[in-house]
Design a protein around this ligand. Sequence first.
Ligand code: C2O
Ligand code: CU
Ligand code: CU
Length: 452
Amino acid sequence: MRPISAKVHRDLPATQFWSYGASVPGPTIEVQSGEAIFIDWPNELPTKHMFTIDHNLMGAEANKPEVRTIVHVHGSKVPPASDGYPENWYVPGRTAVVHYPNQQDAALLWYHDHTMGINRLNVHAGLFGLYIIRDREEAALDLPRGKYEIPLVFFDRMLKTDGQLYYPVSEVEDMPWIPEFFGNAILVNGKLLPFLDVEPRPYRFRLANVSNGRFYNLSLLDSDDFHQIATDQGLLPSPVKLSTVFLAPGERTDVVVDFSRFASRQIVLQNGAVEIMKFRVAKDKSSGGGVLPATLRPVPKIPEAEAIRTRYLTLEENVDVLASPMIHLLNGARWHDPVTEQPKIGTTEIWAFINLTEDSHPIHLHLVRFQILDRRSFADEEYLVTRKLRYTDDPQSPSLGERGWKDTVQAHPKMVTRIIVRFEGYTGRYVWHCHILEHEDNEMMRPFDVVA
Ligand code: C2O
Ligand code: CU
Ligand code: CU
């Protein structure tokens, strides 16, 4: 981890970032499923932070060093010692050698900082990159590969006219934390309004939303040609044709886009109505391209009857107005409250997130992959009084593009979102949290223990 400077646009001066390598995003790590690796993560950052620290936040007290880091590989199934527990941070001049077993299916994971109380600032500074797991089953499919497989990493930043990053502070004196960040520039792979020269043939794009808080609603102008082939944790059972892709912070999606019909044209990728990048399609058809396979990889449904219990967990705004009205909590508990989620290894549970807030929260569990069961509206105001669930509608199935293995789920407001999880792999302490980094840094994160 080092300070770097990088051009995000031809017409802007170079921007200062912190990175795991020479660029933001950092280097893409590619591994084979089943082949373990070790990564040495030296912290060679300065001792003064790029952004203002809020010392009121748990873990970021004034007696802590300003610059601290700990890396987590999002979506990885690793022993607790390799998971990057938020309190296991280390300072500039130190390093950590971390073991990754990679005993899991092919998927697009990503690594990022996870330091207690300053996670949002460290990730904002540029501390993230992609981590791709490959396996034979995926390689046997005729999917676009090599130069026809391209990651697209989305993150928004507030860019000043001198090209530097600005992370705002609140209006409240001595409480710089803000509840959510939205930038004035959406970067794709670290570039503002980039273009990509493509051939008139299919491409596989691996999309990752690594923004602090922005959700993306991506579409291609003049085309409805997304074929989604994977979710957070790998391939879908079969491709899903979509005109828009909706990605919450932390989520990943693979899509195949076929440019064959667009020779000599320019195709714009937009977020909502805003252009964020452009594909310039060449005139001449190159050989190859293939046909998208009709089936990809079976995703056997976990039967609900397999679950030994359902945990009802609220997502709520803090009722203690004196402390801070903006705090969001998981099941009413703070980080330091006793651990309440202690699933047994080898068992299956349903977690039902009761969202009592006005926002959608992308909820992420470490270690595991899960399936979304459904979302269902309920009488939220009544719940606040009675603490009893009264549903007001039928359950909604997850969208077609969500019917694969997930590690992050959008829990929509005034709905109960149910996921089903097999706790497999390792025992020990992990975390679950909202992936809006401002929420996560301010108590919307809890430890959980997988017990023997
Ligand atoms: Cu993206 Cu706790 O992780
Ligand atoms: Cu994670
Ligand atoms: Cu949240």
